[in-house]
Ligand binder design. Structure first.
Ligand code: NI
Length: 178
């Protein structure tokens, strides 16, 4: 089932999500619906709070894309490789890198360049409750940082300058009036 995705400036996107205590059928169904929604919207990640569930669960699939030299994400025809991560925790390393991002919760396909860390170590649980530990760099590292931010009520536009943010907000107001 495709779920409606909350849109900025919806205040619910600012809520801090709670850890998952038990992986129930309800959680499994939500994970499956989140993946369906993410693929339908052609996103590479989605966090539970974006669909109104304030629990620490994210889904990611970066397999069908690659990053071009210009930093764009393009389809590479690879088969999908969905990841469901429960209670993800990141630790950061490496340099600060520039990352051009958009978000399914930020209207008008707005994109901006934000700072991220080059590498992350991830600890999480799988949908079966098995521990997952992995080191990531490249697009996976960026995507993990973006999605985990959602669990703490943070959006990528929080990293842009006040001037850029105001310009973006003004463009949204104009659209509403039109
Ligand atoms: Ni997002």
């Amino acid at each position: 089932m495709i779920l409606p995705v909350l849109q900025y400036p919806d205040e619910r996107l600012r809520r801090k999500s709670q850890p998952v205590d038990e992986i129930t059928d309800e959680i499994r169904e939500l994970a499956s619906n989140m993946l369906e929604t993410m693929y339908d919207e052609e996103g590479i990640g989605l966090a539970a709070p974006q669909v109104g569930h304030f629990i620490r669960m994210i889904v990611i699939d970066i397999s069908p894309c690659y990053e071009t030299e210009e930093g764009n994400v393009e389809d590479n025809g690879e088969p999908p490789m969905p990841m469901v991560l429960i209670n993800p925790e990141l630790s950061f390393s490496g340099a600060t890198v520039k990352s051009e991002e958009g978000c399914l919760s930020v209207p008008n396909s707005y994109r901006a360049t934000v700072p991220r860390r080059e590498k992350v170590s991830l600890k999480a649980l799988s949908l079966d409750g098995d521990p997952i530990e992995l080191e990531a760099d490249g697009m996976l590292a960026i995507c993990l940082q973006h999605e985990c931010d959602h669990l703490d009520g943070k959006l990528f536009i929080d990293y842009i300058s006040r001037l850029k943010l105001n310009l973006y907000k003004a463009s949204l107001r104009k659209l509403v009036k039109a």
